[in-house]
Write a protein that binds this ligand. Structure first.
Ligand code: NAD
Length: 373
């Protein structure tokens, strides 16, 4: 089985889909691995490191030639994949809802596209879950970036020159990223509160030493849908949530928003009118900025100032931690390939539960039910 690892072509992408560590492990499974020149450079991994791990390192055409599996962080341009074996797997985060034309092109090229963000959220797939590994790092980085932009300190400090009070930090959306944002803000010494539409998160918020802020006594309160993901909420709920949030955020110094609903634009959580009630100098980090934004007026990769409040967010937050994000992402891909490695056939063979969930294209067609619905 020949596995190709491409250099990412998106200008903001610093991650790489395999590290020397996972190259070694893939070779131990019986695969051969070819890595494009400079693929790991932005993640501080040199071509020499990959060669030492046993990879062939070369230009893209050579790496792709005869490849049966192509690994990427983002989906590679189908036009580049001509050299791959017919029916080859393309394993990456493929943005299936956003990149429909590209998915069709994989199908037309006879490639089998496997979208890692469609990995089911089941216990046995946890180690393969790239959304979790990357969101966790993103939640950390959001707080660090917000702290860096904030003109005051996070922890309370009692000094000879007087006391500096602790920052108040509010986390909206307590999934994987939100939980890590709470933990990080707590470690920095902030007073932390958090909210979500899923009431199951209340306990998790408390267990991290933060204060839950929740809408009570409103119809349609249980915001949990399939796979533990959030659903869209009733109008009545949204109104009650907006009122609660308005009175709460006026007292906050830092707000981190992480709310996402799979397959839809991110829900709007903070309006410009609400921002106007916040204290000048406060910072809002919108982790959903690339999915349409939770915060009115947020612009990816810019610091926008509204009513004295700084609003920020990155188009690709994990790419701001290239080394760790690559290390975890690569292990997710290795865990995926190795879990399904068939020793007799010398290649990975997917089972139904996970295969049908992640497979977007096969036999020249788009086959994933979530894209056909
Ligand atoms: P996500 O990135 O899809 O969304 C982030 C958070 O935003 C979620 O907690 C969601 O409930 C919340 N949200 C959505 N709309 C909101 C609104 N209007 N107001 C406030 N909050 C809102 O979530 P995620 O991090 O991918 O986690 C989704 C679920 O999957 C969680 O239950 C998580 O525990 C679970 N999970 C399971 C596994 C596994 O078993 N393998 C792995 C990771 C996550």
């Amino acid at each position: 089985q020949r596995i190709a690892v491409l250099k990412e072509r998106d200008p903001g992408e610093t991650r790489v889909a395999a590290t020397p560590e996972t190259v070694k492990k893939l070779i131990a499974l019986g695969a051969s691995v070819a890595v494009e020149c400079d693929a790991g450079l932005a993640a501080s991994l040199s071509d020499e490191d990959y060669r030492a791990a046993g990879a062939e390192v070369g230009p893209m055409e050579a790496v792709l030639s005869g490849a049966q599996v192509v690994l990427g962080v983002q989906g590679p341009d189908p036009a580049l994949l001509g050299g791959a074996t017919p029916g080859a797997w393309v394993v990456a985060t493929l943005d299936p809802f956003g990149q429909r034309a590209r998915i069709e092109a994989y199908a037309a090229a006879g490639l089998e596209a496997l979208a890692m963000e469609f990995m089911p959220r089941i216990t046995r797939a946890q180690s393969m879950d790239v959304l979790s590994s990357q969101s966790n790092l993103a939640g950390y980085k959001a707080v660090i970036a917000a702290a860096d932009t904030y003109g005051r300190a996070f922890p309370m400090m009692m000094t000879a020159a007087g006391t500096v009070s602790a920052a108040k930090c509010f986390v909206m959306g307590v999934g994987v990223a939100g939980l890590q944002a709470i933990a990080t803000a707590r470690r920095l010494g902030a007073q932390v509160s958090a909210t979500d539409v899923r009431s199951a998160t209340k306990e998790q918020i408390l267990s991290l030493g933060a204060k839950p802020i929740f809408v009570e006594n409103v119809a349609g309160i249980e915001g949990e849908g399939s796979g533990g993901y959030a659903t869209e909420m009733s109008e009545e709920y949204q109104k009650a949530q907006a009122e609660l949030v308005s009175s709460h955020i006026a007292k906050q110094d830092i707000v981190v928003t992480t709310a996402l609903i799979p397959g839809r634009a991110a829900p709007r959580l903070i309006t410009d009118t609400q921002i106007a009630t916040m204290k000048p100098g406060s910072v809002i980090f919108d982790l959903a900025v690339a999915q349409g934004g939770n915060v009115e007026g947020s612009v990816a990769d810019q610091i926008v100032e509204r009513h004295g409040v700084k609003i920020m967010g990155f188009s690709n937050t994990p790419a701001h931690l290239p080394a760790d994000a690559s290390a975890l992402y690569s292990r997710n891909l290795f865990n995926f390939l190795s879990a399904f490695w068939d020793k007799e056939q010398g290649k990975p063979v997917l089972d139904e539960e996970i295969g049908d969930a992640v497979r977007l294209t096969q036999g020249g067609k788009v086959v994933n039910p979530r894209l056909l619905a």
